[in-house]
Design a protein around this ligand. Structure first.
Ligand SMILES: [Zn+2]
Length: 523
């Protein structure tokens, strides 16, 4: 019982004398209850009043306004998504693409990029009302851009102090930690000392550090080591977000990265991971362009590629990345998802585009097309450059959480990565039921209690009397993702109910369009 209101309510019920007279708002009957701790389930009923779980036990005789028959279904805590791109939330406040996966709490502000100032954003969300609970990280790239714009240099002492004060401000305004995107401009211009200094500010306020590592391909080992160093020097819990191994030369090397995590943990450092369950990544096409070439923004990039000497240097690095990193050594592994200046490219690959131009699918031609895409304003792409064995090995590590890295989306809008719709049902269907990669209790733990305790949440993330009623009810025999790389705009199947703060956001499989979510603030 960690909840004062629950205590008061319990006293009132005791004084009233007979629990038979309690009327619940919702009773979930006959479900198989997985409490989120990773152990075997129990057969039980769950009684909810208002936004709280009041009783877990036999409620077959209880009075209730609503009864949900969960016979044959799994009853679990709501899923907590540790990596969510919530940017469209002002247009999509209901968060349907997340909630219909069973997500009841999303952590925004990943990859170094957050709203600013955070307090103002959180106030706005509170005033418009949102469909799920949200929490935020404060972004390193965001504060670096505030202070240094896109300059490729170390900060002066005064600039570093200013960045540090902005991280402190973000934490005071409710952030749960700091995120970095060291692969992305301008985070890529920072050295480790800068990141340690800023992470100390987040640590002092009880926050975590989550990082899109500096490299996920050939440079993966030093990048993992850098995150471990930051954990040690800044004394902060670290999450290697969307942990993966990119590019054919590195396939299989998750054996080593997981060993690095284990060694660091053995030394007492709190290192964890999160992961999306797909062998392809999704990001801007600029990820294969060297950071120095994009310093100062896209106008500066256009000037550089107009200069033949500079262009040749840039092209060479892009070819190298297409060969060894996200390009996966084959232009057909780069698939366009969002191309505002040429929507007919969406769904097609870099190889298709070369063919449309009558070009051979060589790395050199591919690099020219990448430059052209960036000059035109950039594009979002799916990169099919991972190995399934690494995906499963990372998933099985006891310190790996599930996270979507999804962006809120509505049907028909662009050609997104299927993880935006399917992450959590895919783990439950494909990796638990079909492949046996995880047991169901393990998978649920990775979606609920492990992220909750990592964030320091005390009233959500597992099922216990007195906790907030964030609950998913699904059919373990049927739950599955439907979104594919070809047809991504498809909701998953088998999620029957999603309860957010005691309200049925999904009811009998139908999305209800409620605004039952809460804005969570750390301090
Ligand atoms: Zn990322």
């Amino acid at each position: 019982m960690n909840n004062y209101r629950f205590l008061i309510l319990s006293i009132i019920l005791l004084v009233a004398g007979c629990s038979e007279n309690i009327e619940y708002d919702i009773v979930i009957q006959n479900g198989t209850v997985y409490d989120g701790n990773g152990g075997e389930p129990i057969s039980s009923d769950v009684g909810i009043i208002g936004s709280e779980i009041i009783t877990i036990g036999n409620l077959s005789q209880a009075k209730s306004k609503t009864v949900i028959d969960a016979n044959g279904l799994a009853v679990t805590p709501g899923f907590i998504d540790m990596h969510a791109h919530l940017d469209p939330i002002l247009n999509l406040p209901l968060g349907e693409s997340a909630v219909r996966q069973g997500i009841t709490t999303s952590l925004g502000g990943p990859d170094g990029s957050s709203p600013w100032p955070i307090a103002q954003h959180l106030d706005t969300l509170e005033s418009i009302g949102i469909g799920m609970n949200v929490a935020y990280l404060v972004g390193h790239n965001t504060v670096r851009r505030n202070v240094l714009n896109l300059e490729n240099r170390a900060p002066t002492e005064a600039e570093l102090l200013l960045m540090a004060s902005q991280i402190r401000q973000g934490m005071e305004e409710g952030a749960f930690g700091i995120s970095t995107g060291l692969k992305y401009v301008p985070g890529s211009f920072s050295n480790v000392d800068e990141v340690i200094e800023l992470s100390k500010q987040a640590s002092a306020a009880g926050g975590i550090y989550t990082s899109h590592l500096r490299e996920e391909g050939l440079g993966l080992f030093p990048a993992v080591q850098e995150a471990i160093t930051i954990s040690r020097e800044a004394d902060i819990p670290v999450i290697l977000t969307h942990h993966k191994v990119i590019g054919q030369p590195m396939w299989g090397k998750s054996v080593q990265t997981l060993a690095m995590v284990d060694s660091a943990r053995a030394l007492g450092l709190d290192i964890k991971m999160d992961q999306y369950p797909y062998a392809a990544s999704y990001t801007s096409i600029s990820v294969v362009i060297p950071g120095w070439a994009r310093a100062g923004g896209n106008d500066a990039f256009r000037e550089r590629v107009a200069d033949p000497v500079e262009r040749a240097k840039i092209k060479k690095e892009i070819e190298y990345n297409l060969l060894t990193d996200r390009g996966g050594g084959d232009l057909s592994r780069v698939q366009f998802a969002r191309v505002r200046w040429m929507p007919e490219l969406e769904g097609k690959t870099l190889k298709d585009w070369a063919a449309m131009r009558g070009l051979e699918p060589t790395l050199s031609n591919g690099a020219d097309l990448v430059i052209e895409a960036q000059v035109n304003g950039g594009a979002s792409c799916v990169f099919h450059a991972m190995n399934e064995e690494d995906v499963e090995r990372i998933m099985q590590h006891p310190m790996t959480m599930i996270a979507s890295d999804g962006r809120l989306v509505e049907p028909g809008n662009g050609h997104p990565h299927p993880r935006w719709y399917g992450t959590f049902p895919r783990v439950l269907g494909r990796y638990v039921r079909e492949r046996g990669t995880l047991t169901l209790p393990q998978a649920i733990y990775k979606m609920t209690k492990l992220p909750a305790t990592s964030l320091g949440l005390e009233d959500r993330g597992w099922l216990e009397e007195g906790m907030k009623a964030d609950i998913v009810i699904f059919d373990p025999e049927k739950v599955i993702d439907k979104a594919t790389f070809e047809e991504p705009h498809q909701y998953s199947e088998g999620i029957h109910y999603v309860i957010v703060n005691g309200q049925q956001a999904v009811k009998e499989g139908e999305f209800q369009g409620l605004r039952a979510g809460k804005v969570l603030r750390k301090n």
